[in-house]
Design a protein around this ligand. Sequence first.
Ligand code: C5P
Length: 229
Amino acid sequence: MHAVGIVAAAGSGLRLGADVPKALVGLGGRPLVCWAVDALHVGGVDEVVVAVPAPQRAAFTDVLPAGVHVVVGGDTRTASVRAALAAAREHADGTDRTAVLVHDAARPLTPPAVVARVLEALAAGADAVVPVLPVVDTTVVVDDDGRVTADVPRAPLRRVQTPQGFDRATLVAAYGRVSGTAAAYTDDASVVRAAGVAVHTVAGDERAAKITVAHDLALAELQLSGEIS
Ligand code: C5P
């Protein structure tokens, strides 16, 4: 099975408050996007396509390793993945199928073991697989005034991480069904599930946490320096 990694790195990172796109923000002296690309390679992905914001295309090309394919992303994550998927071609070496793993640049410290688990599930025959973690907090629904209107039983709930793995043809067909930039989809498994495909799960990892606000970046720095595990 040939595996292509797609890294969605075209977000602005407004919530992080940085003056560069989030994927170019440094962690341990290296841009987040470089960590995400490394995790995919070490975990077993053969080639990587990165979707970047148009104005910073050259800046991304400068920091990414040679051989990584850089494409311009879109206004939503869905549009960015769609652009990268167009560049992630079917592998023509006679192997049975091509896997595509879609990963957030914003999850720099994802252990390669998570990537390997996703690849294993695809090799075992799954068409779609996501890494997940349990929900530990009490979870509720609130109304527009912030009042709690319902409790949600948390036992069946999961938090979904990346990389999310797909049979390439399945992912291409599912993206073919969603229109335009489709801002309603926050990940790729929901695009595939909307097309009626079963999505399987493997164990995620707290270290694959998404960096959204400055506190997340501070935690990642501590994780990197070994002060927290
Ligand atoms: O905004 P959020 O943190 O959910 O974004 C998740 C990932 O999707 C980030 O790595 C971000 O760079 C990427 N993204 C993208 N194109 C967009 C918006 C977000 O590639 N238009």
